[in-house]
Structures are given as C-alpha cells and as structure tokens.
Design a protein around this ligand. Structure first.
Ligand SMILES: Nc1nc2c(c(=O)[nH]1)N[C@H]1C(S)=C(S)[C@@H](COP(=O)(O)O)O[C@H]1N2
Ligand SMILES: [Mo]
Length: 339
C-alpha cells in the first residue's frame, strides 16, 4: 500500500503563514537584547516581569501563577544575546508545529485555544518505584521554576529563541525513583479527538498518541526541562500547555507537547517521526550541521522572525550551540548512524 504522507519537510511556511505577519511587528523585545550576559540579574523578579509587559496575560491557575512569580529568572541565557535575540511572543505563539491541531503553521494558534488544560494529570509509570497518576501541580510544585532562554531548532531548518519557564526533568525522574532496569524515558501526548481536530483527520500521518523518547542520561541532563510557561506567563495551548518537554540540543520534534504520560522503560522507544520515516528522522535527532536530512541541508537555518527582504539565514551549530554541555553524552558514537 502506497500512501502519500505529509512530512514536516512537505510543509512550506510560505504556504501557510503570510509573510506580512513578519513585516509589521514591533520589536517589543528590543529592550531585552542585553539581558543575560554581563548583567547582575539574580532576584530581579519584578524587572523580568516588566520586560514581558507587552505579552498578553494568560489564564493560569493560582498555583501556576505563584510558581512563575517565584521563578529564578534568566537561570540560563544565550552567551551572545545580540546574536540570539528573543523571538517576539507573537512569532513563538503563532508559528507552531502541533499536528494534533493541524499541519499548517497557523493551525495550532487557531485551534488549540479551547483545549482544556486544567485540571491536568500525568501518569508516571514503568520502571519506577514511585509511580502513579499525579495532578500536574503535585508533580511540579516541589521544584523551583527557572527561566531558560534556549534556541529551538526545527528539523525543517528554521529556529527561534524562546524564554521558557519550567523545571529540570531530572527533578521529576528522581522523585519517581527509577529501578535499575530503566534505560530510557518515553513520553506521550494527550489523545482526545474531540478536542484535537488533527486527531480526527483520516489523512493524519501520525499514529496517535504522539510519542517521544530520551535516553536516561539525556533526560537527566541539566539542560533538559519540562516547561509550563514562556515569556513570563503560562504556555499558550499551541505551545504545548500545560506541560511540554524542551531539549535544546535536539531538533524540535523531540520537544513533545501536552504530555500526559512519562514512562521509564528498558527498551529504546520508537518516536512518532521515526515511526513515520525512519530513514529521515531518528531517535537521537541531535542538531548537527554535518549530517544532512536526506532531502535538504542542515548546515544553515532561517532564524525567525525573518522578513521578505531578509531571510535571516545563519549557520547551524553542532548540538545547536550546546556542544560544550552535551557532547560527552555521545562520546564514541557515530552520529551519522545515530541521527
Ligand atoms: N505532541 C506534539 N508535540 C510536538 C509536535 C507535534 O506535532 N505534536 N511538533 C514538534 C515540532 S516538529 C516542533 S519544531 C516543536 C515546535 O514547538 P513550538 O511550536 O512551541 O515552537 O514542537 C514539537 N512537539
Ligand atoms: Mo520541528
């Protein structure tokens, strides 16, 4: 049976997002450019909140608002904030991949708004001594939120810089108390065709739920976070509310959204894109300018926001610029084979 499937690469942003959307935006984050490097910012809760004053207020439950207001701001920031300017909130929240809500970049913003994200619970199971179903707030409350300003590099060769709010995934895994058999972490997104119109489509390429996975040491790495917010507020639904993974040195498809299940497992999980086209999308999916996608180069990327007049193409960096932090995880591995 030959089925024509849409792959991320078949989507052309020019088809789905009016370029004008990038033209007339005020650069509200302009004043943020110097934030991070060289500034003594610890404990500047109020200052950071002020920098997001143009970001539309969300509708977070009280516990989440509280966690956010107690966050450690700028816990990790780009070393060169001039090069890695924050994407405007409108770009980060209107140019999305979230196939549960459609395949156009604008679909998630159009259709995810009504997703019911509170209350939300997450099942932690598999090779753990302390599993169960946890209310989201119980799962994340014990840890302090941190702001992590990360580059997000999609396998489709575009990228953005996004200020996330979340906690290290390691905190959740440690509390689950993995058994000695646990070697990988497997994640699942919600399945709810009533709320997720992309899951009702008979043309859907993904065998729901959307699944992702990490090796245990990748999951425990301090850069790996579970995000519940961005731009000083809770996550918009289209960005994966109420809980999504962020793994900054890997292609964006690893950063699975709206998670309902976290399983510690013995075998390497088959992630959704690998299942769809294993010759094009692997399990590791580390950003690597030297290993091209079979159908396009990964050597450069289009940094959003770009304009009609400036594609803003920049060189892609090994491990998305996090090489110093993560290269040792892959020592001795052939990254051409383990793409
Ligand atoms: N459940 C789910 N998670 C997902 C996706 C998806 O389609 N479904 N798309 C992935 C891809 S390809 C990317 S690039 C990022 C985009 O995250 P953003 O929209 O917050 O920028 O989400 C990832 N997480
Ligand atoms: Mo992506």
């Amino acid at each position: 049976m030959l089925i024509k499937i849409a792959k991320p690469s078949d989507l052309h942003e020019s088809d789905v997002t009016p370029e004008s959307i990038y033209l007339s935006r005020r650069r509200f984050m302009g004043g943020m450019a110097g934030l991070g490097a060289g500034l003594a910012l610890s404990g500047h809760t109020q200052a950071a909140a002020d920098d997001y004053s143009d970001v539309p207020e969300g509708d977070a439950p009280d516990w989440l608002k509280e966690k956010i207001s107690d966050a450690k701001w700028d816990a990790i920031t780009p070393s060169d904030p001039e090069k890695d300017k924050l994407a405007p909130f409108d770009d980060a929240s209107q140019y999305n991949n979230f196939f549960e809500f459609g395949t156009d970049k604008g679909d998630p913003a159009r259709h995810a708004g009504s997703l019911e994200t509170q209350p939300w619970s997450v099942v932690v199971d598999g090779e753990v001594n302390n599993g169960g179903r946890f209310a989201l707030e119980d799962l994340v409350k014990p840890a302090q939120f941190e702001e992590r300003i990360y580059r997000l590099r999609c396998v489709e060769a575009w990228s953005m810089v996004i200020p996330w709010l979340g906690i290290p995934l390691a905190e959740i895994i440690k509390r689950a108390d993995p058994t000695s058999k646990a070697k990988y972490v497997r994640f699942e997104t919600l399945v709810d065709p009533d709320q997720m119109r992309g899951q009702r489509s008979s043309l859907s390429v993904i065998d729901w739920p959307y699944v992702e996975g990490l090796r245990l040491d990748e999951a425990m790495h301090p850069l790996t976070i579970m995000a519940m917010g961005m731009y000083g507020r809770e996550l918009p639904n289209q960005n994966g509310a109420p809980l999504r993974l962020v793994v900054p040195w890997k292609y964006g498809f690893k950063s699975i959204k709206s998670i309902v299940r976290i399983s510690l497992v013995e075998e390497q999980p088959v992630n959704s894109w690998q299942q769809i086209a294993s010759d094009e999308y692997g399990f590791f999916a580390n950003v690597n300018p030297e290993v091209d996608h079979p159908r396009w180069s990964q050597a450069t990327e289009r940094r959003l926001p770009n304009t009609l007049f400036n594609s803003n193409t920049i060189d892609t960096r090994m491990f998305n610029g996090y090489e110093d932090e993560v290269a040792e995880l892959y020592a001795g591995m052939d990254l051409r084979k383990h793409y």
